[in-house]
Write a protein that binds this ligand. Structure first.
Ligand SMILES: NC(=O)c1ccc[n+]([C@@H]2O[C@H](COP(=O)([O-])OP(=O)(O)OC[C@H]3O[C@@H](n4cnc5c(N)ncnc54)[C@H](O)[C@@H]3O)[C@@H](O)[C@H]2O)c1
Length: 341
């Protein structure tokens, strides 16, 4: 099987490339590579790499492909807020265009990365299923809703559209990120001895390990739906945590680290718990193999091994907003967020 994987040079994409390749799937990667000088570990090589902006994908890029996994996006709230038009164009419009092309060339299956953050705020008592109302709070989350809603009507008996609403991801990746909550807490604790919580620690978050995401995508490729539109929350029912539980876990992982609550929510007022039963029911072979204790320990050990310095932790290499700002300031990206050549 040959899969076009967009965003293959990102945090999740590098892990997915490795996972699928090791299971005999031929991965064709497509990425504009905004994070080209931000490696943490060696990157896995797909069988073919297309360096291209998703807004410029053509039918020819889908030649010989059996399915598409679409990860390429401006993929968090701070980057999504930089310029809403970019977020709209890349996350929504280019995704719709790619889905249309996939259908036109007769592909049976289009898998798209969506996000649990499109649920916005919920009551802590209620676990959100896929039927819960969407209440996106940011340009990023809104773009994921637009993406789902615009692609859904393309689905029919011959063309399956699958939206994977990932929980917040954590864990080691060749393109590591510290702008994700658990990675950030481990990174801070490692680099400063402090676990800094920008709230009172009560907000809820669903979390999932990056390798479990790869496994989930593989499960869908193995048993793709025969047409229609499917939406799945991707994570585990045992993995909804209050931020203070994450802090306690990191404190156990990083010797001597102290916890500090700032009691400011900043711009991020989200709190939500998510129900992941549908994915587990539909793909019974899927099992979350990671939990936060194991993931935090793995990350901490790799940081020690790599002797990461505070400047590395705090710099642009592992924080998406800083890298994109850097490329704009250096005039390497133009006003449309395309590379200047
Ligand atoms: N990381 C999470 O916690 C999380 C949670 C929910 C959903 N998601 C979704 O999963 C997907 C992957 O996320 P990630 O964490 O790996 O993000 P990432 O930012 O690490 O990687 C995204 C990749 O897409 C590429 N890209 C961005 N815009 C592009 C464009 N216009 N053309 C071609 N390539 C482009 C980037 O160069 C990068 O390599 C995204 O769609 C994101 O919204 C991530």
């Amino acid at each position: 099987m040959q899969v076009l994987l967009t965003g293959n040079r990102g945090y999740i994409g590098t892990v997915v490339t490795e996972f699928l390749s090791s299971r005999g799937i031929r991965v064709i990667g497509l990425d504009t590579d905004y994070y080209r000088d931000c490696d943490f570990l060696d990157l896995p090589e797909p069988v073919q790499q297309i360096y291209k902006d998703s807004r410029r994908i053509e039918k020819a890029d889908l030649k010989g492909v059996d399915a598409v996994i679409h990860l390429a996006a401006l993929s968090n709230d701070p980057v999504g807020e930089l310029n809403e038009q970019w977020t709209y164009d890349i996350n929504y419009h280019a995704s719709l265009q790619l889905a249309r092309l996939a259908k036109e060339v007769g592909l049976p299956c289009f898998l798209s990365a969506s996000s649990c953050s499109l649920y916005g705020i919920s009551s802590a008592d209620e676990k959100l299923t896929e039927e819960a109302p969407m209440a996106p709070l940011t340009a990023y989350a809104k773009s994921k809703v637009q993406c789902e809603e615009s692609i859904r009507p393309l689905a029919d008996a011959k063309f399956a559209a699958v939206f994977m609403r990932f929980a917040t991801v954590y864990g080691v990746s060749p393109r590591l990120r510290f702008d994700l909550v658990l990675n950030n807490l481990v990174g801070w604790a490692y680099a400063t001895g402090k676990i800094r919580i920008l709230s009172d620690g009560t907000p809820w978050r669903p979390l999932v390990h990056v390798k479990d995401i790869a496994q989930a995508l593989w499960c869908v490729l193995e048993k793709p739906p025969r047409g229609g539109c499917e939406v799945f929350n991707v994570g585990d029912n045992n993995a909804n945590y209050q931020v203070k539980e994450l802090a306690a876990c990191v404190q156990k992982t990083v010797p001597g680290a102290s916890i500090e609550f700032t009691h400011e929510h900043g711009k991020d007022a989200r709190t939500f718990r998510v129900d992941f039963s549908r994915f587990h029911r539909t793909f019974p072979s899927f099992r979350a193999r990671w939990d936060i204790a194991k993931g935090a320990r793995e990350l901490y050990e790799v940081l020690l091994q790599k002797k990461l310095r505070f400047e590395d932790f705090d710099g642009r290499r592992f924080t998406r907003l800083k890298q994109i700002r850097y490329l704009l300031n250096q005039r390497r990206l133009d006003e449309g967020l395309f590379w200047r050549h």
